[in-house]
Design a protein around this ligand. Structure first.
Ligand SMILES: Cc1ncc(COP(=O)(O)O)c(C=O)c1O
Length: 367
């Protein structure tokens, strides 16, 4: 009988860390310190050190990390922000939330990340920021456009929501622009017990502005400097994340091992394209994406054998009902590839035999 393989199984991670997680949550409950406080400050310091920035500011979600960063950098109505068409919708929604316009660009056919040449062509005098996404855990090297962005005063806000621990050389995702935005959605490489997010930065003024914005525009109780929001990282989540952070590099190493195992078993399988890792990039395989012209048949075949899969993402943003105004635009790579993408199971607690079972099933299909 073939092995059933879930797309993702968080229970295994929880079981391994259960007593430490329970103790961390119990401590917050016992202290009744549920909003900000020491535990959030400690996790912010730990996470900034991990990413290699001077500061980190905990917020309520990855979407809020992006939206508040844009607001804190003064992006607003009349401004344009360049966003890839192939990403999770939050990247674009963050731009709308501050009243600016998302300008979509196509993706690089090798990596499916933002096409930097297309981004360069999309620059106008209204461009205030660019939102590169380190999608799937593959870091996007911005060096080809860094100079032109600097000359034009265009800010870089990294969407690192899928890229905790990814690097180009020794530079981590989240430390490459003015602000790095992370999500701690439970299935991320570093996931909380609910929603959570973080902004990393070296800019002290930006940190201070973000601290105001996330908490009603106030750091001193009942004195409101600006019209802020309520988007604080929950203290319980900070406690959970502080337990998990020391394991992140090991988990990412394991993801990389699993990716190598997939590669060695699937290399040469007919009609199956494997993900690339560009030279110098440390990909952390948040998702393991293969491409296949008969994607829907492959998905059905794997599911019939008890293997879970996903599609990230089935519809590019400019073709989503929420972005009807952009529907007439054309981004041929994002459109064509969205019909070919399939995400195979990938999580650090996955066993070698499970990868082998997935590969056997893919090879049986490809034959
Ligand atoms: C690329 C990307 N950007 C932004 C987000 C938004 O993060 P959150 O779900 O924490 O709001 C996510 C994750 O969901 C994501 O994958």
């Amino acid at each position: 009988m073939s092995l059933h393989v879930p797309f993702f199984d968080l229970k295994r991670q929880n079981a391994a860390l259960r007593s430490r997680l329970d103790a961390a949550v119990a401590q917050v409950v016992d202290d009744t310190a549920f909003i900000l406080g020491e535990e959030v400050a400690r996790f912010e310091a730990d996470f900034a050190a991990y990413v290699g920035t001077r500061y980190a500011v905990g917020v309520n979600s990855g979407l809020d990390a992006l939206a508040l960063s844009l607001r804190a950098l003064g992006v607003g109505p009349g401004d344009e922000v360049i966003v890839p068409a192939n990403t999770f919708i939050a990247t674009a929604l963050a731009v709308d939330s501050c009243g600016a316009r998302a300008v979509f660009v196509d993706c690089d056919p090798r990596t499916l990340l933002m096409d930097l040449e297309a981004a360069r062509r999309a620059l106008t005098p209204r461009t205030k920021a660019v939102l590169p996404v380190h999608l799937y855990g593959h870091p996007l090297d911005l060096s080809p456009v860094r100079e032109v962005l600097r000359e034009r005063g265009v800010r870089v806000i990294e969407d690192a929501c899928q890229a905790h621990g990814a690097r180009i050389g020794d530079r981590s995702c989240g430390a490459m622009g003015e602000a790095g935005c992370f999500s701690f959605y439970p299935s991320k490489n570093l996931g909380a017990f609910g929603d959570g997010g973080m902004i990393t930065t070296d800019d002290e003024k930006l940190r201070d502005r973000l601290r105001l914005l996330r908490s009603y525009g106030s750091v001193v109780k009942y004195r409101h400097e600006t019209a802020g929001w309520n988007s604080r990282l929950d203290t319980v989540q900070a406690a959970v994340l502080r337990v998990k952070l020391p394991y992140l590099d090991g988990w990412n190493d394991r993801r990389r091992q699993l990716a190598a195992r997939y590669r060695s078993a699937l290399e040469g399988a007919r009609g199956i394209e494997l993900p690339v890792e560009l030279p110098g990039a440390r990909h952390v395989y948040h998702l393991y994406i293969v491409r296949c012209d008969r994607r829907d048949e492959l998905k059905a075949h794997l599911e019939s054998r008890g293997i879970g899969t996903g599609i990230h993402y089935p519809v590019p943003i400019h073709r989503q009902p929420a972005y009807a105004a952009a529907a007439g635009q054309s981004f041929p790579v994002a459109e064509a590839e969205s019909a070919r993408l399939l995400s195979l199971p990938m999580f650090p607690e996955m066993k070698d035999e499970e990868v082998d079972a997935v590969c056997d099933a893919v090879r049986a299909f490809a034959r």
